[in-house]
Design a protein around this ligand. Structure first.
Ligand SMILES: [Zn+2]
Length: 446
């Protein structure tokens, strides 16, 4: 076991007092944080460390955590950002049928690379070929909660609003989710956990949702689901069941405090009360919502008891952009300058860890927690001068200022570069595999 210390840095703890320590230090022993405080108070302990790093002009924060992702969806980067919901149904869902375990591994790896280089150390990911995502997470050195994408409609039918059910195929996907749990839960030195991934209320029959609920109960793991994500889902659920997506899930006994609901764009006051009663949690994805032209009632959620954190979703995986969008789009849609930079930062650190039931081991820089942390170069024109540290970061970081990333005390990004694989090789491979998928999907060559 080796120890290292970083001293003379600004340390953003995300502890319960949101303490920011100027001239701070952190000591890591193997995979755990053993001391956090002012450098001068820790000098003696620092001297005993195997490695001492000068953190002058650096800011140390907890590794960022995104609570809703589909990293394999990286294949849709570059041509779906300028399309809205119809594009999503027309191209993405149908083109997902051209994925396979091999190309999915590389798309996942590329997606992880993007967000890791911006300082994200953990994701919560729901998609096809979930074992490929698990392999990529293990290889790159990050942490993840992973679910298999479970549904019982035909993805090619969705664009035509055709919801014909294929229940047996849905059960097969649920069995694949169970295999994922058996093979990967608590693997990669505990960095990977696996939950159940019923995709959405409209893409799952009530029977499949109930079967997903039973599987989660059987293994004592959580469920990750899209809820009230799109106009199409909202209308389908209302027309078919005569109620909102949240009420529909509640009527099935699906919602409990182990369920993370992504999006909730159409959740109204009654729905928010149901979430409060059941303990179900909210993964807010401000960037993709703004792209779709819809946005949840964030002002109401902020004052509700619904636990809430922020996710990247897909295609653009920049947690700093997400934090900004969470604040700025809320201001634009409410007409009020709600101020919550510190809360937004918590929603991608400690609140995110709590949402994933991992708040005891990650999400903040406190003694006894795993050493998941990032080191930021503070001497960048976009960060200087710096008075209030957290708002300065939230409103001004691009992500490229992240120099070093540690997960479980192990360095996995150094001087801004991924250590596990050659970045250029991954990028070239990703481009060529994506061109193959796009060709099959009829959108390539341009
Ligand atoms: Zn999503």
């Amino acid at each position: 076991m080796s120890t290292f210390a970083i001293k003379n840095a600004i340390v953003v703890t995300c502890n319960e007092n949101d303490e920011v320590i100027r001239d701070g230090a952190i000591i890591v022993d193997d995979n755990k944080i053993t001391a956090v405080g002012r450098t001068k108070d820790l000098e003696e302990k620092i001297r005993e460390c195997d490695e001492i790093i000068d953190g002058r002009d650096k800011i140390i924060t907890p590794g960022l955590i995104s609570v809703h992702d589909h990293v394999i969806g990286h294949v849709f980067k570059g041509f779906t950002e300028d399309g809205a919901e119809d594009y999503f149904y027309k191209h993405c869902f149908s083109m997902e049928t051209f994925l396979n375990p091999e190309n999915s591994y590389w798309f996942a790896y590329a997606g992880l690379m993007e967000t890791l280089k911006f300082g994200c150390t953990m994701i919560n990911d729901l998609f096809h070929y979930s074992q490929s995502t698990a392999e990529a997470v293990e290889d790159i050195g990050m942490k993840a909660i992973i679910q298999h994408k479970v549904f019982d409609i035909d993805l090619n039918n969705l664009q035509h609003k055709n919801y014909e059910r294929f229940y047996d195929a849905g059960i097969k996907r649920l069995e694949e989710n169970e295999e994922l749990i058996k093979k990967w839960h608590n693997k990669a030195d505990g960095r990977i956990k696996c939950w159940v991934g019923n995709h959405a209320p409209d893409t799952n029959s009530p029977e499949l949702l109930k079967a997903g609920r039973e599987l989660a109960d059987k293994y004592g793991v959580g469920i990750h689901i899209h809820v009230a994500q799109t106009v199409q889902e909202h209308e389908m659920i209302n027309n078919t069941y005569g109620m909102s997506s949240v009420k529909f899930l509640d009527s099935l006994g699906f919602l409990k405090d182990d369920v993370i609901c992504a999006h909730l764009a159409f959740a109204d006051t009654e729905d928010i009360a149901i979430l409060e009663r059941t303990g179900a949690k909210f993964a807010h994805c401000p960037v993709i919502m703004a792209k779709f032209g819809t946005f949840p009632r964030i002002k109401e959620f902020l004052t509700s008891k619904v636990p809430m954190a922020i996710g990247d979703d897909w295609v653009t995986l920049n947690p700093w952009g997400d934090m900004r969008a969470a604040i700025e789009v809320t201001r634009a849609v409410t007409g009020e300058a709600l101020q919550y930079a510190i809360r937004a930062f918590r929603m991608m650190t400690i609140d995110a860890a709590n949402l994933l039931n991992l708040g005891d081991e990650t999400g903040s820089l406190e003694v006894g927690k795993k050493a998941d942390l990032i080191v930021i170069d503070a001497l960048r024109p976009n960060l200087v001068p710096m008075k209030d540290v957290i708002p300065s970061l939230v409103y001004n970081m691009t992500g490229n200022e992240v120099e070093t990333v540690y997960v479980d005390g192990k360095k996995i990004v150094d001087e801004g570069r991924i250590l596990a694989k050659d970045e250029i090789e991954v990028m070239r491979k990703t481009q060529s595999l994506a061109e193959e998928v796009w060709t099959k999907g009829g959108v390539w060559p341009e």
